[in-house]
Design a protein around this ligand. Sequence first.
Ligand code: URA
Length: 449
Amino acid sequence: ALPQELIRAKRDGEALSPEAIRELVGGISDGSLSDAQVGALAMAIFLNGMSASETVALTEAVRDSGELLAWGGLGANQDLPGPVLDKHSTGGVGDLVSLVLGPWVAACGGFVPMVSGRGLGHTGGTLDQLESIPGYDIAPSRARFRRLVREAGVAIVGQTAELAPADKRLYAVRDVTATVESLPLIVSSILGKKLACGLDALVMDVKSGSGAFMPTPEKSRELAEAIAEVASRAGTPTTALLTDMSQPLAPCAGNAVEVRQAIALLTGEKRGEESGEKTDGRLMELTRTLAAELLLAGRLAESRSAAVALLDERLASGAAAERFERMVAGLGGPADLLERRDRYLPQAPIVRPVHAERCGRITRMDTRAVGLAVVALGGGRRAPGDAIDHAVGLTGIAALGEAVDGERPLAWVHARSEADAERAAMQLLAAIDVNDVGLGDVTLPTLIQ
Ligand code: URA
């Protein structure tokens, strides 16, 4: 059919057949659809939505628009002696789960070919974090990527041009046509890329709260449910957890500072006064829960408690840290990063505490604004292609409900200049509410909903 007739059908609220969807996505990939047609299609989908079946067809068409990785994990070929597993999040602040989870799952017998993204808007990105490690190559050859997944059990890399190319074009058009916030378009975009990686199982971390990409808890829940259903119907067993982003997940946000935190967690070190015990606890709890989901789905553990026991054993033995080190060395980074991180990871020239204007407890945080403060320090991008400063960010971020005063700051700012530090301090003061209340008066959101 003519593309304009298919677009007309969607415009008029009709459901598109899987064949029609495949044809349209083919036209997006091969360029036979014009930008105007792609934009009109996106708007028709935005306004009229899609049924679950249409969303499954769209996801499969996006997935199949480029190269498909195949590993023969649990399947017939037995290329790899274990399941191929992955985690993806909708994006957060202080979200360094991937850096810890990938090596940790690998140490438990999973294989993790993790294709990650860069920071988007106020959120951090795993690739940006990893690029604070000198030499780390986020774009290895396919052969090197495959070898590393086989030998280290984990490789975290960037998207290649061959992976789900339809999404690349569709996303670029959505970005400039006010059609990003559409459930079927988001689901097919995220899953189209992930399901092209030949996974045996996927776990999705869908964020909710002031730092989430979806505007309300209801929309976050809808997204989580849609992702789990569509991915599973498209043949990749997937669970989605709805998790809290009403404060940064880790007690730090930035790039090198998050890599440091990941190394500290993997090696089981206690850090100094900035360690933020409580928030370390939240990050580790979520990472452990997501990893346990994967071990269960990949049949590496018989029960949730057995999964957690295996995880804790492989963390304590140093096996998870060792996988991280192998991944870093295998992708061109230093072989002794864990031992000599201060030599390799960049540090900002200015580090100063930011104190609240009054004593009290933290009652609310605008996590998005905290993320934007990191972007303004240079830790994220204003426009695609901007260079970022890996050294800057925040550490020792106090948690919701925590008491702050003249001794305990809201956070430490790591900045390139005094002026940058001052601006970040102002942004933090505006983003974090401190009130003279008891701990019982602060609503602490559930981490995993
Ligand atoms: N991330 C994606 O990859 N696609 C979307 O549409 C939204 C978030």
